[in-house]
Design a protein around this ligand. Structure first.
Ligand SMILES: NC(=O)c1ccc[n+]([C@@H]2O[C@H](COP(=O)([O-])OP(=O)(O)OC[C@H]3O[C@@H](n4cnc5c(N)ncnc54)[C@H](O)[C@@H]3O)[C@@H](O)[C@H]2O)c1
Ligand SMILES: O=C(O)C[C@H](O)C(=O)O
Ligand SMILES: [Mg+2]
Length: 603
């Protein structure tokens, strides 16, 4: 056992273990208790609880186990006609009984991951205003900046929130501007934090920054729920983001801030501004970079390519593409001792106008500029399209974050396979229909030589009578563990060194070396254990950098892992303890903000 005590030593920054065992305290009874998803056990309330919490007459007589409830719920789920209907079923389940919701997913993780997350969540986001039944999360209005702090404050006291996921909805997956529907990406990412890293579900806060939308379909839709106006940009936008960040810092000083699916012109800029000031993370830039780098490391272990010689072509040099480029550049520099500038010369970025060139610098974003090539290298060489670049560069690795479906054509892939023995090809654009290539085609076009990973889940490919697992190279493999490490160490900042530690921890778990047919990255069913490993390395790196505010972190590796596991929330019913009656609040999170609810939520 880890040697920490359960007392709160320093209420502001010191030790506050996220214990997840023992009774939950609540003042709710009767219908109010049944309607509070965090406490509701439905038919699983025990005889004793039914008496104490005044539930007689409100439930059928038979008392059931969580397993029995899961069986029934799974039958209901299975009867839904399509993936989107399954997604909405799961949303209702979450609104009724949180433990049952998470247990149901945990027991059918492989099957349900794509329903509650990418790609089906993308469809739910596109249909947000049509499928809407009940609000969840915090909706901030750019027209009402003065209210931001009050709005944020509604989720409890300074110790009550561990992680905030925020999106402004401008670039949701590869489906563009989804306005207020972006609240669902914040919610989905938080579900993954809980599911994959045991982050306590009541200590999370999903937020959408509603800045308007430029999506004409939404603006024309009379049922659209967000601000019906063009996106606000410029100073007002920056003031909105900055007010939001300040409010988070003021109200929840211990919370870790995760930015998701911001537009190309804002994602990197916002990260660069806040990364030196608060513990924050941009999932599309950094999470994607970490998981892709780990997958490349795994691929190099299989095909024996050396970092010093490797050539990379990145197609779609936007938020994710340049995030990946940065991680690759750092890895080359670290592995070979080359300068960053030299390392960058092994990376070729292709975007809409073709290869990024220095002569076009004024059209490039600051994140792209460092990868722009000297025009002199390309005189008399074709560089306007991906095939020409592949012909010249002869890359070992080709990554797609372009949102252009089918962009990795047979010609391009065959050209790549002519020059390298085992091409590494990652079509990463989500959702599924936007992938640059289908993994089965990649196997067929390369005579089974390709090493592949994809942004969304795919079934195994088959070649020459053999099955090949297709690993999901999605930031969901990394961000939960990074968040867990950041939260438990209460890291003051999240600099690159902590992300390097996370990437190495993930790469060390790669199964591909174990034999042909295995994927490059671990399977989603192993993700909780992988999150422990990632969190452990993030925590150690935070301590090493002098950034950890948590004082009670065990030194010994085994103790540290145990300490992490102990604080991970798990979907099971805990005994309830009545502590003085009150009514539930309207927003359905229980008595958020009152001490009894919060005590209950933590202990
Ligand atoms: N697998 C993952 O974990 C993961 C993570 C983040 C993003 N993504 C996916 O990557 C894609 C891009 O996301 P983003 O946030 O970087 O978006 P973005 O808008 O910031 O970047 C997209 C880039 O692709 C370029 N592009 C568009 N059309 C092109 C074309 N015809 N040729 C070449 N380049 C073209 C754009 O100019 C832009 O630079 C999305 O589909 C997203 O779902 C996947
Ligand atoms: O949300 C995902 O599935 C991954 C990534 O953050 C994306 O924007 O595509
Ligand atoms: Mg994203």
């Amino acid at each position: 056992m880890a040697s920490h005590s359960k007392e709160q030593k320093n209420p502001k920054y010191g030790h506050l273990p996220l214990s997840t065992s023992g009774p939950l305290e609540t003042s709710l009874t009767g219908n109010a208790l049944l309607r509070t998803p965090y406490f509701n056990k439905g038919s699983a309330f025990t005889k004793e609880e039914r008496k104490i919490f005044k539930l007689h007459g409100l439930l059928p007589q038979n008392i059931q186990t969580l397993d029995e409830q899961v069986r029934r719920a799974y039958e209901q789920y299975s009867e839904r006609a399509n993936d989107l209907a399954k997604n909405t079923f799961m949303t209702s389940m979450k609104e009724q009984n949180e433990v049952l919701y998470y247990r149901l997913i945990q027991d059918h993780l492989k099957e349900m991951f794509s329903i509650i997350y990418t790609p089906t969540e993308g469809d739910a986001i596109q249909n947000y205003s049509r499928l809407f039944r009940r609000p969840e999360g915090c909706f901030l209005n750019i027209g009402d900046i003065d209210r931001v702090e009050d709005n944020i404050a509604q989720w409890g006291g300074p110790d009550d929130i561990d992680v905030i996921v925020v999106s402004d909805g401008e670039q949701i997956l590869g489906i563009g501007d989804q306005g207020a529907g972006a609240i669902l990406i914040s919610i989905a990412k938080l579900v993954i934090y809980t599911l994959c890293a045991g982050i306590h579900p009541s200590r999370t806060l999903p937020v959408v920054l509603d800045c308007g939308t430029n999506n004409k379909e939404l603006l024309d839709d009379e049922l659209y729920l967000g601000l019906r106006q063009p996106r606000v940009r410029g100073e007002k936008y920056d003031e909105f983001v900055s007010t939001f960040v300040k409010a988070c810092k003021a109200k929840y000083p211990r919370a870790y801030l995760h930015f998701e699916d911001f537009g190309l012109n804002n994602a990197r800029r916002i990260l660069d501004k806040y990364q030196p000031k608060i513990p924050c993370f941009n999932d599309d830039v950094q999470g994607t970079g970490c998981v892709t780098l780990a997958a490349i490391m795994a691929a190099f272990n299989v095909n024996g390519v050396k970092w010093a010689d490797a050539r990379f072509v990145l197609f779609g040099a936007g938020t994710a593409g340049t995030g990946i480029a940065d991680q690759i550049q750092d890895a080359i520099a670290h592995e070979t001792g080359k300068s960053k500038e030299e390392a960058g010369r092994q990376i070729w970025c292709v975007d809409k106008p073709g290869l990024l060139l220095k002569s076009k610098q004024d059209q490039l974003t600051p994140a792209q500029i460092q990868y722009a090539r000297d025009d002199s290298e390309w005189q008399n060489k074709e560089h306007g399209d991906l095939l020409s670049v592949v012909k010249e560069v002869k890359p070992n690795v080709l990554v797609g974050t372009s949102t252009v479906p089918g962009a990795f054509t047979k010609d391009i892939v065959e050209e790549m396979a002519k020059h390298v023995e085992r091409p590494v090809i990652f079509p990463l654009s989500n959702p599924t229909r936007l992938h640059e290539a289908n993994p089965q085609d990649l196997f067929d076009w390369t005579n089974g030589k390709v090493l592949v990973a994809t942004g969304s889940p795919f079934p195994p490919a088959e070649y020459d009578g053999k099955k090949y697992e297709i690993s999901e190279c999605n930031n969901s493999v990394t961000f939960p563990g990074i968040g867990l490490g950041a939260i438990l160490s209460r890291t003051r900042l999240l600099p690159a060194s902590l992300l390097v530690a996370a990437t190495k921890a993930l790469a060390a778990t790669a199964p591909a070396v174990k034999g042909a047919g295995a994927g490059l990255l671990p399977d989603v069913t192993d993700v909780r254990e992988i999150s422990v490993k990632i969190a452990k390395e993030v925590i150690k790196a935070s301590v090493k950098e002098g950034l950890a505010m948590e004082k009670d972190i065990p030194n010994d590796d085994a103790d540290l892992e145990e300490w992490i596991r102990e604080q991970m929330w798990d979907a099971r019913y805990r005994p309830l303890k009545l502590v003085g009656e009150k009514e539930a609040t309207a927003h359905g999170r229980g008595e958020a903000g009152t001490s009894s609810y919060r005590r209950a939520a933590r202990f």
